[in-house]
Design a protein around this ligand. Structure first.
Ligand code: ADP
Ligand code: MG
Length: 251
């Protein structure tokens, strides 16, 4: 008899993930209702959605920062119930500690991971250099431009040598040019395999940005109280974001 063939394990898989929050009036407000999603090894996926559609909530669940109310969240087949070692996240608002230097901000996660001072210093310096901030190790966030601050945010994620990188609208606070250069730099690190990362999920509300980075774009569709990632866009080459079919999905 033939061996049963199991579907290959996804890097990240969500099955029927639900999340609701209690409003100040003590109503349950459903933000995610039955989200199914797979991030396969080797791909960059973008998740497009309007503000308030639950994108950050979904990423925080994947990162193990908050728990879903139902469904399964699997990282390489293992349930995610707390921050997983292989998953790192970059935040929209940078989330840097203003009283710490660039170097100290980047080392923080390694320290929490129990890595000793010498290795922390070396790895942080490497990540800072890699993201183009060499020479700014001793600077404080307030001395840096927005683009540079977000590079610190990226270095802080990359220093963990993440298997999976979750990007929560990391470019939305940056001007167009700054955003573009950071995107290209991240794509170079990925394409040239300078980082060990096997999959990237980019959350965005910007079509151009999503299409410029991703192999696959998913769109969050929202009915009142229901949000579901349900449209998969197979992008033709060259990707025509002005095509009526694409606009129809996104608008
Ligand atoms: P997006 O990132 O797509 O803008 P969010 O995931 O941040 O959306 O938020 C989705 C909805 O969930 C919003 O209405 C937001 O107010 C609500 N929400 C998010 N986090 C919480 C929380 N901790 N408590 C209550 N409501 C929340
Ligand atoms: Mg958000």
């Amino acid at each position: 008899m033939a061996e049963p063939t199991l579907p290959p394990q996804a890097l990240l898989e969500l099955r029927g993930v639900r999340k609701s929050f209690r409003t100040p009036e003590r109503h349950e407000r459903t933000v995610l209702e039955g989200v199914d999603f797979r991030l396969e090894e080797g791909e960059i996926v973008a998740l497009l959605g309007k503000s308030g559609s639950g994108k950050s909530t979904l990423l925080r669940i994947m990162a193990g920062l908050i728990r879903a109310n139902g469904g399964d969240v699997l990282y390489r087949g293992q349930a995610v119930t707390a921050p997983a070692r292989g998953i790192a996240m970059v935040f929209q608002s940078f989330a840097l500690f203003p009283w710490l230097t660039v170097q100290e901000n980047v080392e923080l996660g390694l320290e929490a991971g129990g890595i000793g001072p010498a290795e922390r210093e070396e790895r942080a310096a490497e990540a800072i250099e890699m993201i183009g901030l060499g020479g700014f190790e001793s600077a404080y966030p307030k001395e840096l431009s927005g683009g540079m601050r977000q590079r610190v945010g990226c270095a802080r994620a990359l220093v963990m040598r993440p298997d999976v990188l979750l990007l929560d609208e990391p470019f939305s606070a940056l001007d167009v040019l700054t955003s573009e250069t950071l995107r290209e730099d991240l794509l170079d690190l990925w394409a040239e395999r300078k980082i060990p990362t096997k999959g990237i999920l980019l959350v965005s509300h910007n079509i151009e940005e999503a299409v410029s980075m991703a192999d696959r774009v998913l769109v969050f569709s929202s009915d009142p109280g229901r949000v579901r990632a349900e449209v998969k866009v197979g992008l033709p080459q060259p990707r025509d974001t002005e095509s009526p079919a694409f606009r129809q999905i996104v608008d």
